[in-house]
Design a protein around this ligand. Structure first.
Ligand code: C2E
Ligand code: CA
Ligand code: CA
Ligand code: CA
Length: 279
């Protein structure tokens, strides 16, 4: 199943041996990606569902290798996790995105929230809290503007200090969002045990709005449940007007998706903020 999302392979037949060799090659190259300046952070806006104002952004890492071309995070993040490289890569994303968010805060003062993804491997690290506080101190970003996204595919049991680390992040003043909500094996357990401020409805549900009444019911129930638990709710993968209408009618707080904007490199995101400001 892991092979599925690997765009490099889907158009021609390759053997498992070749695929494995390719992974080994990528892992070797990935080791030098940060030092060689091959990594970038893109930003995708999150908008208020009612007003469509930009209220935040998610930082999404990009890797462009000079010979291999752009490699999707769906491919290299799992490799970075297997090799442990995710720890330094994740810290780099955090520092870069916090610095950028602080710059935008100084320039536009919009109080935009910055979402940064944390992998299970990072959440197991004993010095996670030091890494996050260093990124905040270095950038001068208000901790209340930083939201760490924790994917629901992480098993609470497999990451012993997960709950503790999340409480630690709260003490720093940061917020926590549960990413990919509804796709894990224990969504409700997650809600009950983790100190989360918001949940992000996975795009696999949003995609089926207007198609599958069961998924529509799940989306409605998730929004309702989030609100009853005094949590905010964001829908991801909002691609068409019909998604927007449904989510708005059902009081989803915030939306993220191609309907509004694709992830953008920082100069383009900066232009977007400048234009919005002039309106
Ligand atoms: P994610 O955290 O669930 O991020 C959302 C993904 O959905 C992003 O893919 C984004 O580009 C894509 N997306 C946004 N709007 C739409 C839409 O309307 N339709 C569709 N079909 N897709 C949309 P991306 O950037 O390729 O990232 C894939 C995954 O890689 C992320 O999923 C996240 O799990 C991981 N990832 C990306 N950056 C980082 C990072 O800095 N650290 C860690 N640990 N993981 C990251
Ligand atoms: Ca995310
Ligand atoms: Ca997600
Ligand atoms: Ca996802």
């Amino acid at each position: 199943a892991k092979r599925e999302g690997r765009n490099n392979f889907q158009f021609y037949e390759i053997s498992p041996e070749q695929a494995q060799q390719h992974d080994v090659l990528l892992k070797t190259r990935l080791r030098h990606a940060e030092g060689n300046g091959e990594l970038r952070v893109f930003y995708q806006p999150q908008v208020d569902a009612a007003s469509e104002d930009i209220v935040g952004m998610e930082a999404l890492v990009r890797w462009e290798h000079p010979e291999l071309g752009p490699i999707s995070p769906g491919v290299f993040i799992p490799l970075a996790e297997e090799t442990g490289l995710i720890v330094s890569l994740g810290a780099w994303v955090l520092r870069t995105a916090c610095r950028q968010a602080r710059e935008w805060e100084d320039k536009y003062g919009l109080g935009l929230r910055l979402g940064v993804n944390l992998s299970a491997v990072q959440l197991m690290e004993p010095d996670l809290l030091d890494t996050v506080s260093a990124a905040l101190a270095e950038s001068g970003l208000d901790p209340r503007l930083l939201e760490l996204e924790v994917t629901e595919s992480i098993s609470i049991k497999a990451v012993p200090n997960l709950v503790e680390n999340l409480h630690g992040l709260h003490r720093l003043g940061c917020r926590i969002a549960i990413d990919d909500f509804g796709t894990g094996a224990a969504s409700l357990d997650y809600l009950r045990k983790l100190p989360a401020d918001r949940i992000k409805i996975d795009q696999s549900f949003v995609r089926n709005i207007g198609i599958d009444p069961d998924d529509e019911a799940i989306v409605r129930a998730t929004i309702d449940m989030a609100h009853r638990l005094k949590r905010g709710v964001v829908a991801e993968g909002v691609e068409i007007e019909q998604h927007l209408k449904f989510l708005r009618a059902n009081h989803c707080d915030e939306l993220q998706g191609y309907l509004f904007c694709r992830p953008l490199p920082h100069p383009s995101f900066d232009r977007l903020l400048a234009e919005r400001q002039r309106l």
